[in-house]
Design a protein around this ligand. Structure first.
Ligand code: SAM
Length: 275
């Protein structure tokens, strides 16, 4: 009998449909990518690319883009979005940020990973792989959520984890990528000195065309960490409590309380590494 091992990281992200959340993040992605000095013909790796929220803007600037993501459904969604725009310079493949063995050393001018590689297991391997595939003189740019930050995503993840079962032993929280000393240690092990790493607190805006409670429903239905939290909460009859806690958060952080839509800022750590 053929034994197939399930990769829990892949199963997690394929369980939901991150395209629904990504659709609310396109404006900030465009602004971020426009700030990176991408030029025509640059070789760009977009790691944990999802449905191409940052990969497509990289392609529109003329870069030769490879998007890699662990989730087959998101890779397919990214392909479809690129095809619909006629971006033949954007390719997408399934792959794991912790092990990019199919990619050659020193092959990219820029590696971008916005809220992507932070979710991969084995963060030291992730840093090593990102450095390995970057050309000398190239750059790595990561966007990482910050643990205990008071803004939206850190709070969603914090609330979600409070309702979820404890993680398996040895689990390293993705949020540790939002702590500067951890980032320095991981890239340090990959041969990058501290002076080559810079940090910036930056902001993403989430724009949803509906009221905050409806936006919470999107997370509940499509965002894997929140889906899992609701499943765990249901076992203890605490779904309503979790829904209310998230609704209060979204309401409190909505910057357009009197409009039809929901606009919520979220702070993240922008990491730039010179290789
Ligand atoms: C929060 S989403 C962000 C997606 C995209 N970067 C964006 O800005 O919309 C996290 C993404 O990381 C991907 N991911 C999680 N673990 C991964 C891994 N080990 N290797 C590659 N991608 C991974 C998920 O499938 C998902 O698409």
């Amino acid at each position: 009998m053929v034994q197939t091992t399930i990769n829990p990281n892949k199963a997690l992200w394929e369980k939901g449909d991150f395209t629904r959340i990504a659709a609310t993040m396109r404006g900030s992605a465009d602004a971020l990518i426009n700030s990176l000095g991408i030029r025509r013909g640059m070789k760009v790796l977009d790691l944990g690319c999802g449905d191409g929220t940052t990969a497509l803007p990289e392609g529109r600037l003329g870069a030769d883009v490879l998007g890699v993501d662990i989730a087959a459904n998101l890779v397919e969604a990214a392909r479809q979005r690129a095809t619909a725009e006629g971006l033949s310079n954007c390719r997408f493949e399934e792959g794991d940020a912790s092990n990019l063995e199919r990619l050659a050393d020193k092959s990219f001018d820029l590696v971008v990973s916005i809220f992507g590689a932070m979710f991969a297991p084995r963060p030291f391997d992730v840093a090593k792989e990102m450095v390995r595939v970057t050309k000398p003189g190239g750059r790595i740019v990561m966007g990482n959520w910050i643990p205990n930050d008071p803004t939206l995503v850190a709070q969603i993840l914090k609330i979600s984890s409070a309702y979820s079962p404890p993680p398996p032993e040895g689990f390293v929280s993705p949020m540790t990528w939002g702590i500067e000393s951890h980032v320095e240690e991981r890239f340090g092990k990959a041969g990058i000195t501290r002076e080559k790493i810079s940090f910036l607190r930056d902001t993403y805006m989430f724009d949803f065309p509906g009221r905050p409670a409806a936006f919470v429903r999107e997370f509940r239905t499509y965002y894997p960490p929140t889906m899992n939290a609701f499943e765990a909460a249901a076992k203890n009859g605490r779904e309503g409590e979790l829904q209310k806690e998230l609704e209060n958060l979204f309401e409190a952080q909505n910057t357009t309380p009197n409009g039809d839509g929901t606009t919520i800022p979220a702070t993240f750590l922008r990491v730039t590494v010179s290789v």
